[in-house]
Ligand binder design. Structure first.
Ligand SMILES: NC(=O)c1ccc[n+]([C@@H]2O[C@H](COP(=O)([O-])OP(=O)(O)OC[C@H]3O[C@@H](n4cnc5c(N)ncnc54)[C@H](OP(=O)(O)O)[C@@H]3O)[C@@H](O)[C@H]2O)c1
Length: 467
């Protein structure tokens, strides 16, 4: 038996159930300094339910070190064990505490003796056994026990080593191949089902969640076109797509040479394409030269400041060209490919598309128009298996918001949460804290949104500043 890398029967890991594993990892890292987190998608496992019948436990986990314990954030995609499902639905927050057991069978017997019945046992493809027991009536959560095998020990050591002297960069990373006994390659899960009973806020952030029509956005292995990819949020989206396993990212930029640094850093999967979204010629060339595009992120944007009547007509028209007409015509050209390939479209919209902006009302008007087009396109394209999602971001720390004096979300957080919602087939996502606050106001204070939007936004910004 191996010498255990962590104390046997001492807690080695705390695990939390989350709806968006990458977004939650970013948030945990930002709040606690835990990390970096390593994401493992769909680890294969052979599972049995409480009665010994075959079960599915399909999930994605992020592992990060938090002081002396490991944190696991677990997003369950599908589970067929009724007892596990019941336990998972009832456990909000802390999902399980895990420890190692040299003799897994004996430890399971001991837990059953404590009145903590087994809800699921499983074996990974590398042969590590683990089991969940239901200790909720005693301590409020499940417990997980597992064998200190070589593969698991490598995982623990890798996560702990990465946290030492970590400078805070790249808080969410794919889990690398840790060797023959380590985690195995991913494989597709059964189709995810919406998870009831996860709490009001968690549900509301990506509404309504799931098209229910059997379509699925999968980024791994797909070709993705991103507009405005050379800086700001667009560049963060390119990196997040690569981390999720995109095969090729066609990075659109008005001046492709502005992508040279990113290509050197990120490698050959990034292909620079010239794309001014307002140019008919550029759009036509992209449609012709990228016939294998599966997914499109419509991110390029223009946000002039200034009151409505003080903004000259040319600038109003240019804003609508960049934010509305250009993206619409680009999608008109790409729609045949997206339909054939059951693809998807992610619109990077803004809160200004939902609540009037005092500083940039023309920008807001264009985003409102884009929002309606996106909603209608979602309806039109869903029948062909194309998922259209709209992300309503708050203040994001990019050049566009450089003069905004309020707390801003990182582009990485907004990118991660937007992509996660897209993969979950959500119609709409509010991908940062301020966006969530405005979403709450839209759901609960619509009268004020309609009658006194600026007063409402001023008060929400004050709340944001107070933390
Ligand atoms: N920052 C925020 O607070 C915030 C909040 C909510 C939503 N958003 C949205 O997020 C998206 C990205 O904005 P950002 O914050 O990353 O702003 P940014 O740093 O100003 O970047 C804007 C991007 O759009 C590109 N672009 C502008 N006009 C274009 C055109 N005609 N054709 C192609 N690309 C064009 C720019 O390219 P060049 O380098 O060539 O100029 C740049 O890559 C926008 O849709 C914006 O509305 C931003």
């Amino acid at each position: 038996m191996l010498e255990a890398a962590v104390p046997v029967r001492g807690a080695a890991q705390l695990a939390y159930a989350v709806d968006d594993v990458r977004g939650a990892a970013l948030a945990w890292s930002g709040r606690t300094g835990a990390g970096p987190f390593f994401v493992r998608d769909h680890p294969p496992a052979v599972a049995q339910d409480a009665h010994g019948d075959a079960a599915v436990f399909c999930h994605t986990s992020a592992f990060g070190q938090w002081g002396s314990v490991q944190l696991e954030l677990v997003q369950v995609h599908a589970e067929t064990s009724a007892s596990l499902r019941e336990a998972l639905q009832a456990s909000a927050g802390l999902h399980h505490v895990a420890w190692f057991a040299d003799d897994l069978a004996a430890e399971q017997q001991r837990l059953v003796g404590l009145g903590w019945p087994r809800v699921m046992a499983a074996r990974t493809s590398s042969g590590s056994g683990y089991a969940f027991h239901d200790a909720r009536h005693d301590v409020g959560h499940l417990v997980e026990v597992y064998e200190p095998t070589e593969g698991l020990r490598r995982l623990y050591d890798h996560v702990a080593a990465a946290s030492r002297d970590w400078d805070g960069r790249n808080p969410v990373r794919p889990l690398p191949d840790l060797g023959p006994a380590g985690p195995s390659a991913e494989r597709p899960c059964p189709r995810p089902r919406p998870r009831p009973g996860r709490g009001r806020r968690a549900r509301s952030r990506t509404s309504p969640g799931g098209s229910g029509r059997g379509v699925r956005v999968q980024i791994t292995g797909r070709n993705v076109l991103v507009t405005g990819a050379n800086r700001g949020l667009g560049l963060a989206i390119v990196e997040a797509l690569l981390a999720r396993g995109a095969a090729t990212v066609y990075a659109g930029a008005r001046d492709p040479s502005t992508l040279d640094g990113a290509r050197d850093r990120l490698g050959d999967r990034v292909v620079a394409v010239r794309l001014d979204v307002t140019s008919h010629d550029d759009r036509t060339a992209v449609v012709a030269s990228c016939p294998d595009v599966d997914l499109v992120v419509s991110n390029a944007g223009l946000a002039p400041a200034g009151r409505v009547l003080d903004t000259d007509e040319a600038l109003v028209r240019e804003t609508f060209e960049v934010n509305v007409f250009g993206p619409l015509e680009l999608l008109r050209g790409l729609a045949p490919a997206l339909r054939v390939r059951s693809g998807g479209v992610l619109f990077i919209n803004s809160l200004t598309g939902l609540v009037v902006s005092r500083s940039s009302p023309v920008y807001g008007a264009s985003k409102a128009a884009q929002r309606m087009l996106a909603a209608a396109l979602r309806e039109q394209l869903l029948a062909d298996g194309v998922v259209v999602t709209t992300s309503h971001a708050g203040f994001v720390d990019t050049d566009m918001a450089k003069d905004v004096p309020y707390p801003k979300a990182s582009p990485e957080e907004v990118a991660e949460r937007s992509l996660a919602a897209w993969e979950a087939e959500a119609a709409v996502v509010f991908p940062d804290r301020f966006a969530e606050m405005v979403e709450d106001a839209l759901l609960t204070r619509m009268r004020e949104v309609l009658d006194e939007p600026q007063r409402l936004m001023t008060s929400l910004v004050s709340d944001l500043q107070r933390g």
